[in-house]
Design a protein around this ligand. Structure first.
Ligand code: TRP
Length: 333
């Protein structure tokens, strides 16, 4: 029996190379070894101010982009969270075994609520507060063994384990304790400010989209900040290090070795380095762009595929909910 892997992503703006190298590439690879479920978590996106039309469009687009990246619905399940209502049902049950205190300690909640308080009208929803409980339901409704996540989600995953243990203790054995799967992934930095992690929120010039057209991709790489001016001794500047790490991420090992030698000899020119990085990224993204365009030709077909896959997710989730109802004193449906 294969172990179960689950991970989810919010339907935000277009995917960028930081998301790809940092997470999605790994999701694709895990399909060879594990029984995988991947979700687009639209309900989580409702915890911050949003536009309904955009949410719907972003959800479909994220599903299309995941398929274009190589998430394979023949081998894995690709679901939309709100199409599997068992997530929200389990969320309620978990709300009742989660303490106010432990949710108050979640650093992501503290960060995001502060962010909101200092900007948009100070409205901090209860949904934002209980966000990690829904996340625990996402994971445990499939009794997942492993959850590939970044370090920023470590605390949420620990809460999921606490919820599993507390539920089992109060009602009887039902859930495994999900373990994080930290794979070594490159941390892709912003091209315009290589001291910061690449993120859409920094602005367009900081990110390279995974589906970005060649011309603007090359322009962004060409403009990437290399030396910031101040002499930093022997250490490689963050911008140059970022370009090297992108080459590695694109698996251009020979080019990487050659240019690294040039760097050590003090003979490296940034122009050619950027050229090689841009070539590697163009080569990588061409296939993604083509597959995305193909899928976008028939969005109805993608919607049907997602509906079928979400239905398969539901069948599994229902088995868990049946047991949860039995154990917690709710009527069994
Ligand atoms: N909170 C996660 C993030 O921001 C997204 C997420 C929601 C998730 N549910 C999940 C990740 C379940 C892993 C498992 O990245």
């Amino acid at each position: 029996m294969k172990k179960t892997v689950l991970s989810c992503i919010q339907p935000t703006g277009e995917m960028h190379i930081g998301n790809y190298f940092g997470a999605i590439k790994n999701w694709v690879a895990l399909q060879d070894q594990y029984d995988c479920l991947y979700g687009v978590v639209d309900l989580h996106s409702m915890t911050m101010p949003y536009d309904p039309k955009e949410l719907r469009a972003n959800t479909l687009r994220m599903a299309i982009e995941l398929l274009a990246c190589g998430i394979d619905p023949e081998r894995s399940i690709l679901f939309v969270q709100s199409m599997v209502p068992e997530h929200t049902e389990l969320n309620w049950v978990f709300n009742c075994v989660t303490s106010y205190g432990e949710l108050s300690r979640m650093t992501q909640f503290k960060d995001k609520s502060e962010q909101l308080e200092s900007s948009t009208g100070k409205f901090v929803s209860a949904g934002l507060f209980t966000y990690p409980v829904l996340q625990a339901a996402d994971i445990l409704v499939y009794r997942a063994d492993f959850v590939p996540v970044g370090k920023d989600q470590e605390q949420h995953l620990e809460l999921s384990r606490n919820i599993a243990v507390r539920f089992n203790g109060q009602f009887g054995d039902c859930f495994p304790e999900p373990q994080p799967l930290f794979t070594k992934v490159p941390k892709v930095m912003s091209l315009a400010d290589p001291t910061k992690k690449m993120s859409k929120s920094l602005g367009d010039k900081h990110v390279v989209g995974l589906f970005e057209e060649e011309k603007s991709l090359r322009k962004k790489v060409k403009r990437a900040v290399t030396d910031t001016g101040e002499a930093t001794g022997d250490e490689m500047s963050p911008g140059v290090a970022n370009l090297f790490s992108l080459l590695e991420a694109c698996e251009k090992h020979d080019e990487h070795a050659e240019l690294m030698n040039a760097y050590r000899e003090g003979a490296l020119q940034y122009g050619p380095l950027k050229g090689v990085v841009a070539d590697a990224l163009v080569e990588l993204t061409q296939g993604f762009i083509a597959r995305k365009a193909e899928l976008e030709k028939d969005p109805g077909e993608v919607e049907r595929l997602i509906a079928r896959s979400s239905e398969r997710a539901r069948e599994r989730a229902k088995l868990t909910l049946d047991q949860v109802r039995k154990l917690t004193g709710l009527p069994v449906l």
